[in-house]
Design a protein around this ligand. Structure first.
Ligand code: ZN
Length: 162
């Protein structure tokens, strides 16, 4: 089986052929919004949330955890003018399936003890925690609108929980 790197040139040729006017998009997101969401391969945040190129910062990491996204959120707000944050977690998330102790065991290296992998046991609570984290962060702007959502991987439906 060929690797993604092997297939990339032809896939990108197709993309470039359909690039259209996107080269003229401005750097700051036109909707002035930052989305914090999971890296889960089943989610296409731009399509699911109606956010085409140029409209939003989409910050992805394992779980869509706010603490992991802090650096990017600061840059988004302070340098690129975003004024709203949406935290979007999802059903069947891999972060519901392990503990810090388990992944540290697997790595079996002292450096792993300094990393908070930020798994969670309750999906809705994790959204509340991350919205609260963003609201409380002294390096982010508390007056901006901050909401929390859950994406259902079985239906594509997104529902607001905060
Ligand atoms: Zn996930």
């Amino acid at each position: 089986m060929s690797s993604v790197a092997d297939q990339l040139p032809s896939a990108n040729d197709t993309y470039v052929a359909n690039f259209g006017e996107k080269g003229s998009l401005a750097l700051p997101p036109s909707k002035k919004v930052a989305i914090v969401t999971c890296m889960d391969a089943r989610i296409d945040p731009a399509a699911a949330l109606g956010l085409p190129e140029g409209s939003a910062h989409i910050i992805r990491n394992a779980g869509g955890r706010a603490a992991d996204a802090l650096r990017s959120l600061i840059i988004s707000q302070q340098l690129l003018g975003t004024r709203e944050v949406l935290v979007v977690h999802h059903t069947d998330c891999g972060m519901l399936t392990f503990t810090d102790a388990e992944i540290r065991d697997k790595l079996n290296h002292p450096d792993a003890n300094h990393i908070a992998f930020l798994p969670f046991t309750d999906l809705e609570r994790s959204v509340h925690e991350d919205v609260d984290y963003i609201k409380r962060s002294v390096l982010l702007v508390p007056r901006f609108k901050i909401t929390g959502w859950i994406y259902d991987v079985k239906t594509g439906k997104v529902e607001q929980v905060v």
